[in-house]
Ligand binder design. Structure first.
Ligand code: 5RP
Length: 235
């Protein structure tokens, strides 16, 4: 099974979790994109869903497939948000922000009664930071100073696209902070949040109610009460 097929299957499994009607938070990234397309198919068949997008890319796609979007200002009454992730640890903490959308994603996640994360098995790790740096969104003002401050916790690299710093949908820059395996995710998140200039980190601590993992054998559902350590996927 290709990675794309795995992502498609995870997205299809998340569709089965949706209430019959209501407000959906739409994540960002290639897996969330497949989910949005499938929500669009339901809307085309008459389902009454409205949505809150977490990025301009998700907004554009959702509009194109006919999903009614709520104003950005909030507040929203979100029933469920479905989003991807870059890394998922055994406690279902997440690293997000590979698509530079983690600030909006975190806001929508917090506004949502239920959060479902859809991933392929390559995203699983024992400890966050094993596979992926922590994206840290920072203000452009004094970003070199903020980046320097981040070096206390790892190796920060300014994210660049096309020869220039990548500017997020919220108008900021991103430093990808290579930390190595993180011993205490909540503590690191709090410490990073205290650095002036930091807008948001890509660490999502205990923010997933269900993680749907697509594996060659099928789809596995992980919940905080069913820790993965009991049924390890890989050594
Ligand atoms: C965007 C994200 C994405 O959800 C994350 O990068 C996963 O993306 P993909 O599904 O393409 O692997 O956090 O900010």
């Amino acid at each position: 099974m290709s990675v794309d097929e795995a992502k498609h299957r995870a997205a299809a499994a998340a569709i089965l979790e949706l209430p019959p009607t209501g407000v959906i938070g739409l994540g960002s990234g290639s897996t969330a994109r497949l989910f949005i397309e499938q929500v669009g198919e339901l809307v085309a068949k008459g389902s009454d869903y409205r949505a809150v997008p977490t990025s301009e890319a998700s907004r554009t796609l959702a509009s194109a497939v006919g999903i009614t979007l709520l104003p950005d200002e909030g507040p929203w009454n979100i029933d469920v948000t479905v989003d991807g992730a870059d890394e998922v640890d055994v406690d279902l903490n997440l690293i997000k922000g590979g698509g530079a959308a983690h600030t909006r994603e975190k806001i929508v996640n917090f506004a949502s009664r239920r959060n479902i994360i859809i991933v392929d098995a390559s995203k699983l790790s024992k400890r966050l930071g094993e596979k992926w740096p922590v994206p840290v969104e920072v203000l452009r003002f004094a970003h070199l100073s903020t980046g320097q401050a981040l070096s206390r916790w790892g190796k920060p690299t300014l994210r660049v696209r096309g020869g220039a710093p990548l500017v997020t949908d919220t108008g900021n820059y991103i430093y990808d902070l290579a930390t190595g395996p993180i011993a205490d995710v909540a503590a690191l998140d709090s410490e990073l949040q205290r650095v002036p200039g930091v807008v948001e980190t890509g660490l999502f601590v205990a923010r997933a109610d269900l993680v749907i993992v697509s594996e060659p054998e099928g789809v596995r559902r992980l919940t905080p009460r069913d820790p993965r350590v009991k049924t390890p996927v890989s050594p």
